[in-house]
Ligand binder design. Structure first.
Ligand code: SF4
Ligand code: SF4
Length: 437
């Protein structure tokens, strides 16, 4: 890969221009400008916030200053990640769970803990409402019996209260058999398989605990899952490290394996430091993401499917235009539960005092959740309050920011700038794409 293009400069905190599409920073709304208006806006943005505010006013747009929204009590929890197995049969060097056990002893969640967590989740949901349960690890399928029992229990309890329940699992897939695929299909699971590229790339990054490669083992187990893709929502998740930066090649390799959806996640912080991207790699990451995005856009405009999920997700969010106050739903309506029955801010915060949110005996700690959400709100972050991308980005993954800071903001802004331009091109070529999709 050649050296990446420099990321777009910071511009004003009030707005950002990508071609002739204007992002109104505070509302995350997009406006199509005429070429003449875009030229005027470009000049205004170069001159700073006062000129940008005056130009926004001429366009009839409010130049709202960044403002902290009111922080009321957090909404009820509607999604839980159950850390059913704090152990793993693999040994990925970058693992956020430090080999599956989150720095503690290996263990499996007792059935009583899983049931108590589900009971509380369902009891807090109104009749007709929906709850989501994700099974996480370590490798969750090491606790396959517990998953089956918990699904049956959740179905019973949710059915009794007319609550709908959805299930998900993130797995390395090395332990799944044909009968397991049928169970996951019957229960309409969303299954995310972790895989880092073709055999060579994957096996460097994702060895089994004994050191052997994992790719062939996973590939042999995918057939029963993809054969049931009408009932299993199957996707691949790639952790991007300096070792597997060729994202278009990775997406192509995983498409060939049968994945219709491939999402990539740059590794910014790992407990060991192993596999984390550094400053030198972020321009290359942006170039690789942009290349995969161009592939997705060309295929989509031509009416062909393409598996690269990151751009589809980003465009969906731009289209909905909902400004973010945080980067994700962690703590707001989503928590994790560990094997001992402690609530954590999300699946990555298990055993991490920075993300403790109470325990099953007392229920989710409302004061801790409120404090976390107030402190982590994007406008409360010194770096973010002046960033044009704040309402699209939300301030970054809480876990990564708390442990590694914000090393990748130029990459994030570069990616969002590309996504805004891609949105304009998609709408010009396929104006009904979101309605059709
Ligand atoms: S994390 Fe970085 S890119 Fe995101 S809003 Fe904050 S400063 Fe901007
Ligand atoms: S805090 Fe980070 S790891 Fe946790 S749910 Fe949010 S984005 Fe994901």
């Amino acid at each position: 890969m050649a050296d990446g293009a420099p990321p777009p400069r910071l511009q004003s905190r009030l707005a950002h221009l990508s071609g002739t599409l204007l992002l109104h920073a505070e509302s995350a709304a997009l406006y199509a400008l005429s070429p003449a208006q875009a030229e005027e806006m470009e000049t205004a943005l170069r001159s700073g916030d006062r000129a940008a505010a005056a130009m926004l006013a001429r366009l009839g747009l409010d130049a709202a200053e960044p403002a902290l929204p009111e922080q009321g009590a957090p909404p009820p929890v509607r999604a839980l990640a159950l850390t059913v197995s704090q152990a793993c049969n693999m040994a990925c060097g970058y693992c956020y769970a430090a080999g599956g056990a989150f720095g503690g002893p290996q263990r499996q969640m007792p059935s009583g803990v899983a049931k108590a967590a589900v009971e509380r989740l369902v009891a807090d949901a109104p009749p007709g409402g929906t709850v989501q349960i994700a099974f996480m690890g370590g490798e969750p399928w090491m606790a396959s019996g517990l998953i089956r029992d918990t699904v049956a229990f959740a179905r019973r309890r949710a059915g009794a209260r007319a609550v709908k329940v959805g299930f998900a699992m993130t797995t390395n897939a090395t332990l799944l058999r044909e009968a397991d695929a049928e169970f996951l299909a019957e229960q309409r699971f969303a299954v995310t398989v972790s895989l880092d590229g073709d055999r060579a790339a994957n096996d460097r990054l994702r060895p089994m605990a004994g050191g052997a490669g994992s790719f062939d083992r996973v590939a042999a187990r995918l057939g029963p899952l993809s054969a049931r893709s009408d009932r299993i929502k199957l996707s691949a998740r790639v952790t991007v490290t300096p070792e597997n930066l060729d994202i278009p090649a990775t997406v192509a390799a995983l498409s060939d394996l049968g994945f219709g959806s491939v999402g990539v996640s740059p590794m910014l912080a790992s407990p060991t430091g192993s596999g984390a991207l550094g400053a030198a790699e972020f321009p290359l990451l942006l170039e690789a993401m942009t290349a995969a995005g161009e592939d997705w856009l060309a295929a989509t405009i031509a009416g062909r499917p393409h598996a690269f999920a990151n751009l589809a997700t980003a465009l969906g969010e731009l289209h909905r235009g909902r400004p973010r106050s945080h980067s994700c739903g962690a703590v707001r309506d989503y928590l994790a539960v560990d094997a001992e029955g402690n609530y954590a801010a999300c699946h990555r915060f298990v055993n991490d005092p920075l993300g403790g949110m109470g325990d099953l005996s007392g229920g989710p700690d409302v004061a801790a959740r409120q404090r976390f959400l107030a402190e982590r709100q994007v406008e409360a972050q010194a770096d973010c309050a002046s960033c044009w991308a704040r309402r699209l980005c939300g301030g970054g993954c809480h876990h990564e920011v708390l442990h590694a800071g914000r090393p990748a903001c130029d990459f994030v802004r570069g990616w969002l700038d590309f996504a805004i331009g891609a949105y304009g091109r998609l709408m010009a070529a396929r104006p009904g794409w979101f309605a059709d999709g």
